[in-house]
Ligand binder design. Structure first.
Ligand code: ADP
Ligand code: ZN
Length: 294
């Protein structure tokens, strides 16, 4: 079965063709410019591919509510031209009869990990990306989580460490999770590119402390069976053992499950099983779901 996948990022679009088992046969990438130009390139890519369904994981915020008149659009982005642009409509008009699955990039990646990756076979998982921003997607009882909008897990206020006087980078909240721990915050706080900070730099202990604080909140609210941490910052693999230790300390035995209280935590909070293919595989999973719901 041939399925189309789109990882629609604010900086670049990655499009690809794959199958229902998460194999990717070909891919192409181009910068995100105007919606007209970017969607034209996307549609050209799929023109002669004969895909049976297309899945689109989008930068946001988006309208994921199928009953809403603006379903399928990017909503209030500062990215010029994209506000209220309906990408699902573009695809449906170009490929009549081909079902289109649409969700946030992080929900898409979460579904990809559940379908093909680190959370395969589970009906509950959380996917978090820590990169230019912080965003999270979740599968709960087998379904991706939506509601009034969709979760915005990167913007909860965190308690700053007493010695951390950094004011935070989020224009809305200052010291929210993204404002304290996304790549640009690390770089502003330490005056150095995150990639260049040595593995034993104090930046990583502080980073792990904030990530752990946020993870405790997700564990206590949605109780995921697996937590997957992706995005550029998580290339710093030394963060994992520090995050494990802080989550155990902060929960203090309250969530009495061996996945958390024992060293099984290293299989509970993990790197993406699909590595940097999480986005494209997520699109395949969305396409598969769209075909099923047709
Ligand atoms: P995006 O979030 O834009 O999709 P990424 O997930 O790659 O892209 O995130 C980019 C951010 O991640 C940059 O701000 C950079 O600070 C940080 N980053 C990228 N690679 C690394 C690395 N190897 N170590 C630490 N931080 C990194
Ligand atoms: Zn914020």
């Amino acid at each position: 079965m041939k399925l189309g996948t789109i990882e629609g990022g604010g900086t670049k679009f990655v499009v690809g063709v794959g199958d229902e088992n998460g194999n990717i046969f070909e891919r192409e990438s181009f910068p995100t410019t105007t919606p007209e130009e970017t969607m034209k390139k996307t549609i050209e890519f799929f023109k002669d591919k004969g895909v049976e369904a297309i899945g689109f994981g989008s930068f946001g915020p988006i309208d994921p509510d199928k009953t809403s008149p603006t379903y399928g659009s990017v909503t209030t982005t500062p990215k010029p031209g994209w506000s209220n642009h309906n990408v699902v409509k573009d695809l449906e008009e170009a490929f009549p009869g081909v079902p289109v699955g649409f969700d946030t990039d992080v929900n898409s990646a979460c579904l990809g990990e559940v379908e093909f990756g680190a959370a395969k076979g589970l009906n509950s998982a959380l996917y978090l990306t820590i990169g230019t921003g912080v965003g999270g997607g979740a599968v709960v009882e087998g379904n991706l989580v939506h509601g009034l909008l969709h979760p915005e897990m990167g913007h909860m206020k965190l308690i700053t460490r007493p010695e951390d006087t950094y004011k935070g980078k989020c224009p809305y909240h200052g010291t929210c999770f993204e404002g304290l721990a996304a790549g640009p915050a690390i770089e502003e706080r330490w005056g150095k590119s995150a990639k260049e900070l040595p593995v034993d730099h104090p930046a990583w202990d502080l980073e792990a402390y904030y990530i752990a604080q946020a993870l405790c909140i997700y564990i206590l609210t949605i109780s995921p069976k697996k937590i997957i941490l992706g995005g550029g910052v998580m290339h710093q693999k030394q963060l994992f053992p520090m995050i494990h230790k802080y989550v155990q300390e902060m929960l203090n035995g309250y969530v009495a499950k061996e996945e958390i209280t024992t060293d099984k935590i290293k299989d509970y909070i993990v790197y993406p099983g699909l590595a940097d293919n999480a986005g494209l595989c997520g699109g395949l999973a969305l396409a598969k779901q769209a075909l099923k719901n047709k």
